[in-house]
Design a protein around this ligand. Structure first.
Ligand code: T4K
Length: 373
């Protein structure tokens, strides 16, 4: 087994722009003395995103959670929203903060995304929307979801927190559904330290979100809706502008590492991967494996063995939202999601991860079956 003695290996590590370039941006901010509230860098960042991602209507926010809360608010949802339990807590919380009831639908065992064939049975007269998550940047079955939404006149909000740079059949992933939200958190492929974005289909929705994220101020001092403070500041926008030059290279580095992981780990009985949707341009945000029974030891045992070797993996997404105290009212029927949540493990993946480290991780996984080293 290879040895790797260069310190702990974390599940991810952010890409950082050249600090000299950050100083230049800071000087611009210091010069303008506009730190937040719709400043010049925010405008530049918005225009650059529109061009680079081929999107028209978007609103930049302080983080992805607030972006999702604002999106739900702008679409005027009420009652129940059908969503997936296999996601980060923020997905459910954004609904709860809008007084919406999350209704959890089971997931597909191969894609880990909401199972479109199980949505219809959950639709009631109180349902106003579907909130699927493109889990780990893997697109949902957008066509089936949209046809159900059209049939029942439901809105579709995609939690595309993981999806920066992802395309499906040549279209930006945000072109599906009514609204998509993105996270620019430090752990994402593209980040602004913290940050988020709502992408929508029309100028009116964009205006509603822009208003709501600025306390509801409209027409000068008029406040028509109880808004919040969801604005992105100038430092975040500056980092975003610099990151736009870096994320494609990061994706390519991760693609190469993912290939090595897959070549190595697909040889091991009992290890499987999330199935990719056909026609996807991926961003390789995460590399999540499933530890099946055939592997010999369970996911939790493997997690501890890796930790013992200074390899810090994550159980994304365990527990399920439906298993969290605030959403667990015992009514859910989610056998697939419960099984997948007990088997998943996200392995370290980031552009600067050394190939040597990937082999060390794969060797450790291989050796864990036999207990040897
Ligand atoms: N919807 C979905 C589906 C989401 O996954 C998320 C967030 C959201 C909505 C909400 O978006 P935001 O409001 O966050 O923009 C992380 C992130 O905090 C969270 O953004 C993310 N999803 C979630 C899946 O993961 P943790 O608690 O796992 O992160 P943490 O701090 O343990 O970091 C993991 C590793 O990354 C560390 O071991 C080391 C490294 N790291 C992390 C940070 C923050 C660094 O090297 N530098 C850093 O600054 O939650």
């Amino acid at each position: 087994m290879t040895k790797y003695n260069k310190g702990p290996i974390y599940v991810t590590q952010p890409v950082l722009p050249d600090i000299e370039k950050v100083y230049v941006k800071l000087q611009e901010i210091w010069g303008a003395k506009q730190l937040t509230n719709n400043g010049p860098l925010l405008h530049q960042f918005k225009a650059a995103l529109q061009k680079q991602l081929n999107i028209q209507y978007l609103s930049l926010c302080c983080n992805g959670t607030i972006a999702l809360q604002l999106a739900c608010k702008a679409l005027g949802l009420s009652g129940e929203v059908i969503t997936t339990p296999f996601t980060f807590a923020a997905t459910g919380h954004a609904l709860a903060w809008n007084n919406l009831k999350p209704v959890f639908c089971d997931i597909d065992p191969y894609t880990f995304n909401i199972d479109p064939d199980k949505i219809e049975a959950l639709i009631t007269p109180a349902t106003t929307a579907i909130l699927p998550v493109h889990v780990f940047g893997h697109p949902c079955d957008t066509y089936k979801i949209q046809s159900l939404a059209d049939q029942y006149k439901l809105k579709v909000i995609y939690d595309a927190a993981h999806c920066f740079g992802v395309e499906l059949l040549g279209e930006p992933i945000s072109s599906f559904g009514d609204v998509s939200i993105f996270s620019f958190h430090a752990t994402k492929i593209f980040h602004t330290f913290e940050g988020g974005m709502v992408v929508c289909k029309d100028a009116e929705t964009e205006r509603l979100i822009d208003t709501a994220k600025n306390f509801g101020f409209e027409l000068g001092l008029e406040v028509l809706t109880p808004g919040t403070n969801g604005k992105m500041n100038e430092f975040q926008a500056a980092i975003g502008l610099l990151m736009l030059d870096l994320f494609e290279e990061e994706i390519e580095k991760r693609r190469v590492l993912t290939q090595i992981y897959k070549e190595r780990l697909s040889q091991i009985p009992g290890i499987s991967f999330q199935r990719e949707a056909v026609g996807t341009k991926h961003n390789y945000l995460n590399l999540t494996i499933c530890v099946n029974e055939e592997f010999g030891i369970d996911r939790d045992a493997l997690f501890l063995i890796l930790k013992d070797q200074n390899i810090f993996t994550r159980k994304y997404f365990y527990p399920l939202l439906s298993q969290m105290q605030c959403y667990n009212n015992g009514q859910w029927n989610l056998p697939v999601a419960e099984q997948i949540a007990s088997m998943v493990l996200s392995l370290p993946l980031y552009g600067n991860l050394e190939i040597e480290a990937v082999h060390f991780i794969c060797d450790t996984i291989e050796a864990s079956q036999t207990g040897g080293d």
